[in-house]
Design a protein around this ligand. Structure first.
Ligand SMILES: NC(=O)c1ccc[n+]([C@@H]2O[C@H](COP(=O)([O-])OP(=O)(O)OC[C@H]3O[C@@H](n4cnc5c(N)ncnc54)[C@H](OP(=O)(O)O)[C@@H]3O)[C@@H](O)[C@H]2O)c1
Length: 336
């Protein structure tokens, strides 16, 4: 059977060195795996855009189909946990990195990567959340498991109009935390207040250049998607027994800090690695996102649904330029 997929090809020696094209593929082109899934929706993450532009830290071998998120219907399964017709979600692991991903109308993956869609979310809703929602949920879960509570004070979220940042603003606000959303976008205030942010600040608010090891505490906790000097600032300006969650590196993967935030202020730095988060934890988080932590009332504002063509022609470049607000969901057309 034939299906459509966005393919990234390497043209060594030409400019551009990597080109995007929507091509017809055969099911036999997919890797071996226990579960064949007809993908109805995928989403756009920063990592997808890196894979789609030839970043060999993400994808080693081209031609390749990106898409680290996929939601759809089981077509065939050789594993007893799934039968044809099941509605399922796959986020992370190797999907879309070196395994053909959700920008194809079909994927074939190990059963260990597949989660049953929880009641309370549609397949499209699950891709509004996608890796961004799971990443925010893991960060929040870890903060709460340290006992970090809303009455400790303000939580700063950086990259707050991006996918992970928007989810963090919405989830933290839903659970009663006072969020101060940091954004580089001048027109973001209405959007961020709608997600639940109490205050908005420019990027300079978390970009300290004093050279000091500690600065006057201005927040009780932080959720960072940016890395570099922003993460260093979040640590040195965090209050006593505060918690800082690190999820991303859109500014830089570097972190220059001293131990003083940790040994004088008792600050904890928590890491999130959503791709390799154990299957059971992901299942638990999907249940929370479909129930107690459900933020679907915000979905219309957060998401934009696009075709594979629009993804390729417009949105991959937009996310690389940091221009997206919220989440881009990809809807497959499926002729057959
Ligand atoms: N750890 C994990 O498991 C995990 C999972 C998913 C994503 N991530 C990482 O998290 C980060 C965000 O991913 P995403 O998919 O949410 O990306 P995204 O939608 O592009 O969001 C990133 C946001 O960061 C801000 N930004 C962009 N460039 C910046 C810069 N140079 N300095 C400061 N802020 C900047 C922008 O928001 P404003 O304009 O509002 O400032 C942008 O919208 C990426 O590094 C990604 O690799 C990690």
């Amino acid at each position: 059977m034939k299906f459509r997929a966005l393919m990234i090809q390497e043209n060594a020696g030409s400019i551009p060195a990597f080109v995007r094209e929507i091509k017809e593929r055969n099911l036999e082109d997919l890797p071996k795996g226990e579960v064949l899934i007809k993908v109805l929706y995928s989403s756009l993450n920063y990592k997808d855009a890196l894979s789609a532009s030839g970043n060999k830290g993400i994808t080693k071998v081209y031609p390749h189909t990106p898409g680290i998120d996929a939601a759809g219907i089981v077509e065939l399964s050789t594993h007893s946990d799934f039968i044809s017709g099941d509605e399922v979600i796959v986020t992370g692991y190797d999907l879309g990195m070196n395994t053909a991903g959700g920008y194809g109308e079909y994927i074939r993956v190990p059963a260990q990567w597949v989660v049953h869609k929880p009641n309370g979310l549609s397949l499209q809703d699950s891709m509004v959340l996608g890796t961004a929602g799971i990443t925010a949920a893991i960060g929040l879960f870890k903060m709460r498991s340290l006992g970090f509570s809303p009455n400790q004070g303000t939580v700063v979220v950086t990259g707050s109009t991006g996918g992970v940042g928007s989810m963090a603003v919405a989830l933290l606000s839903k659970l009663g935390y006072a969020v101060k959303a940091v954004s580089g976008k001048e027109n973001a205030a209405e959007y961020l207040h709608f997600l639940g942010a109490k205050e908005i600040a420019p990027r300079s608010f978390v970009d300290d250049s004093s050279g000091k090891a500690l600065i006057k505490p201005k927040w009780a906790g932080a959720f960072d998607t940016v890395g570099g000097n922003v993460l260093a600032t979040l640590l040195k300006g965090c209050g006593l027994e505060g918690v800082v969650v690190s999820t991303g590196l859109v500014q830089s993967p570097e972190l220059k800090t001293t131990v003083f935030p940790f040994i004088l202020n008792g600050v904890s730095l928590l890491g999130v690695g959503s791709a390799e988060t154990p299957h059971e934890t992901k299942e638990q988080l999907w249940q929370l996102l479909a129930g107690e932590w459900n933020i679907s009332d915000k979905f219309q504002a957060i998401s934009k649904v696009v075709s594979l063509e629009e993804l390729s022609d417009i949105y991959i470049d937009k996310i690389l330029r940091g221009e997206i607000m919220g989440r881009v969901v990809v809807k497959h057309a499926h002729q057959s």
